[in-house]
Each structure stands twice: as C-alpha cells, then as structure tokens.
Ligand binder design. Structure first.
Ligand code: SAJ
Length: 407
C-alpha cells in the first residue's frame, strides 16, 4: 500500500524520496502549493549532496506530490514544530492540524508515524487527546508511532542510510512492523521502544551535544584570558581514550541543538542547572565574538564598524540554512549604532536577508579591513590567498596561515 509523507521540508522530502527509491509507493503532501508545483515539475527547493540524484530516482519510481492527503494505511508526519522563544515551549500546532487531516480520511487500523522532533510528553499531552476527541480508539483504530530523525544537514542522505534509528510505539508488534518499513533503506540498527523513551532520547541526544559544545566554548573563554591555545589543548585532551570534546565556535545555531534543551528546562526547571547553564554559555558566544571584534578595532585604531565583514550567515558550514544562526544572533545583539554598516557575505545565501549583505565575495572583501569568519564553508577554506592581507578573526579555526586572531 501507499505511504503518505506529510511535510516535505528538510526531513520529510529526503525521507519520502528514500522510501520511493526503495520501491515503496509514496505520496508526498504539503500545504505549500508553490513547493508542490516545483517538486511536481522536477525542481528541488534546497541543496543537499546527492539529493538531485535521489530525486530523479524517486520520480522514476512514480513518487507523487500533492497538496491533498491520501487515504491509506501508513502516514509519516514530518511537519515543523516551531518553538516559542518567550515561553521556551514547543508549539505542536502543525502536528495537530496534520494529524486531524489524517484522521478525517484514514483507514481503520492506520499507523501514524510522527517524525518531527517533539518535546517529551507531547504525544501523551496533546496527540492522544486529539485522536480520542474524534472517537478513535488508540491501539485499535489508530496506531501511534514516534520515529524521530537523526540526520545532519550536509550529510543527510548518507546518514539516512547509515545512522541507527529509534522507533517508539505503544505496541511492540506495530513497532516491529514500522521497523521493517524503515529497514528498507536504513542499514543500521533500529531500536524499538516505548513512545516516551523515543521522545526523550531524541531531545537528550541534542542536549548532550549542546553541553559538550558549551564546555568547549567555556574552555575557549578561559584560554583567552591567559593566552593559551584552546584548540591545542582540546586536541591533546581528546587523545585520551575516554575524552571527546567538541570544538568552540561563535555560538550554536540551527533548529535543533539550540532549541531542544529548552524543552527540558521548560518542563523540569528545578532540575536543569547544567542544561540551562550550557544554553547560556552557547548563547553568550556571539557577544564574546563582538568583544573580540572590539579588541581588534581598538588594537588597530579602527573606528568605523563598516570596515568589519562577517563571513557566513548560515548556522554551519556548507549549508544555506540560517535558522538561529550565530551571525544573525550577533547582528541582533549589536546595538543599532554598531550594526550600522557591518558587512555580511555568505556564498550559500543568495537572497538578501540582512542589511549590507553582499552577494559577491570579492566585492565584500574590497570593502573591509577586518574579516570575521563565522562559518567554515569550504568556499573560504579554498580561498585563503584572498584573505591573507586582512585582519582575520577566525572563530572556526580554519585558517591555514599563522597571523590570525582567534576566539
Ligand atoms: N557546533 C559547534 N562546535 C562543534 C559542533 C557544532 O560550535 O564542535 C555548532 C555548529 O556550528 C552549529 C551548531 O553547533 O551552529 C549545531 O550544528 P551541528 O552540526 O552540531 O548539528 P545540527 O543542528 O545540524 O544537527 C543536530 C544533530 N544532532 C546531533 O548530532 C546530536 C543531528 O543528528 C540531528 O538530526 C539534528 O540536530 C536534529 O534535527 O535534531
């Protein structure tokens, strides 16, 4: 039978294509008409290594794209789960509305798989109630599954096939059935567990990474005060067989690592000292970068902020996704006076989204004296010759020449 994948964004689309590639009949649904038109005409809306090829393969295998929901037996929900910056809570509105659309048409005994990241407890607190409101019996009329994704932008297609996965289900048999479905393309272990454990482990994974990065960032600040080389220290410490410290940077961005820990802080405020502190450290990094920029300006007697250029608007290397990016965080934090005139460039961001953004690298370089590397795109790594004559603040430790400022 057909799988209806709902939500064709960064997660839903590659997943739908992967199912289709492996011979499953797939209908991809999204309420965004432009997106559906574009996909139906064979045009992708974001870049990712290997995606074009996979897209062609899935199209050859007959994948369909539509704004309609498909009456069938298996649904995969990969809609966005925005979080509210003020309340620090997840907003399940898109999951709930997609769920209701599914409930309006689905067959009896259908399996509804939620892939979107949700805060622990969301299924018990919100999803089950919605289903019961419509007089469906969970476990008979509808089977609920949570199958959180783990893929990393920049290496998505490889990770879809090679990362292990978690399937949370009320009923082991249903869990095993869904495991069979994902094992069509997932070559790694698939763990079947209960729904709460699946929700929680997903958020724990991202929180672990946030805390590890916060540790590296705190070390960077410590080393700065006494002029020690944090990268050398981490490199040496990591040679210990039980130590694996991540890298410091200008902040933590993206829609996952900088967001998910807040769900735990929101739900367990008295128990999350470590998690909250880590979040605060990572959120403080753009301000630390600003302090470093001021140091360099002072040292070289540069008063004009328009001589400063920020390289990178994306939240990390070799992607164009700017959600929660450290550069946007930095621009927000600079007061109006300071923000006035700071130049910005990112080879992956081809539309103007901030003031003084350049779409041409050389043009950008010509205007600035201080270059702040915020993102370590390959594009700048292969253009070291062009930046050598600038004052460079390298927050990502990627420069191949000696005379640079570090975090
Ligand atoms: N970063 C550092 N130092 C590091 C590593 C990362 O400062 O050593 C920064 C990055 O520059 C970026 C941010 O952290 O701003 C997050 O980037 P990331 O590459 O660590 O992770 P994401 O957000 O792209 O993807 C994460 C992944 N989770 C984990 O590795 C535990 C991915 O597997 C998840 O699928 C994804 O979140 C998600 O959707 O939840």
């Amino acid at each position: 039978s057909v799988i209806n994948v709902i939500g064709l964004g960064y997660i839903g689309l590659p997943t739908a294509l992967m199912f289709a590639k492996h011979g499953i009949s797939v209908v991809g649904t999204d309420y965004n008409t432009n997106l559906i038109n574009s996909l139906s005409e064979g045009r992708l809306t974001f870049e990712e290594e290997g995606l074009e090829e996979l897209f062609e393969h899935a199209r050859t295998n007959g994948i369909k794209f539509t704004t309609e929901y498909q009456k069938t037996h298996t649904y995969v929900l990969a809609v966005p789960t925005p979080y509210n910056k003020n309340s620090k809570k997840l907003d399940p509105k898109y999951v709930i509305s997609a769920l209701n659309s599914v409930l309006n048409i689905c067959e009896k005994g259908s399996i509804i798989i939620i892939e979107s990241t949700i805060s622990p407890g969301t299924i018990d607190k919100h999803i089950r109630l919605e289903i019961e409101k419509k007089d469906f019996i969970i476990g008979t009329d509808i089977h609920l599954v949570h199958a959180p994704e783990r893929i990393i932008p920049g290496n998505m297609l490889y990770e879809l096939e090679h990362n292990s996965r978690t399937i949370g289900a009320d009923d082991i048999e249903i869990g095993e059935k869904v495991k069979g479905l994902y094992s069509k393309f997932c070559k790694s272990d698939i763990v079947v567990t209960d729904i709460r454990s699946a929700e929680m482990s997903k958020v724990v994974e991202n929180t672990y990474r946030d805390i590890n990065i916060a540790f590296a960032n705190e070390l960077a600040k410590i080393c700065r005060t006494d002029n020690m080389d944090v990268y050398e220290i981490i490199r040496i410490a990591n040679m210990h067989p039980r130590v694996n410290i991540l890298q410091p940077g200008p902040g933590v961005g993206g829609h996952c690592i900088s967001v998910d820990p807040w769900f735990l802080v929101g739900d367990y405020p008295d128990l999350t000292n470590l998690i909250l502190t880590a979040r605060k450290i990572n959120d403080s990094m753009p301000r630390h970068v600003l302090g470093r920029i001021r140091d360099i300006m002072r040292e070289h007697n540069i008063k004009d902020i328009s001589k400063v250029g920020l390289y990178g608007l994306a939240y990390k290397e070799n992607v164009g996704d700017t959600r929660e990016s450290p550069t946007l965080q930095l621009l927000e934090r600079m007061d109006e006076h300071l923000a006035f005139g700071v130049k910005v460039f990112d080879p992956f961001v081809k539309k103007r989204i901030v003031d003084h953004q350049f779409l041409n690298f050389e043009g950008f370089l010509n205007e600035i004296e201080i270059l702040v590397i915020m993102v370590g795109h390959d594009q700048i790594k292969s253009n070291m010759e062009l930046i050598k004559n600038k004052l460079v603040l390298d927050t990502k430790n990627i420069c191949s020449f000696e005379d640079v400022y570090k975090l």
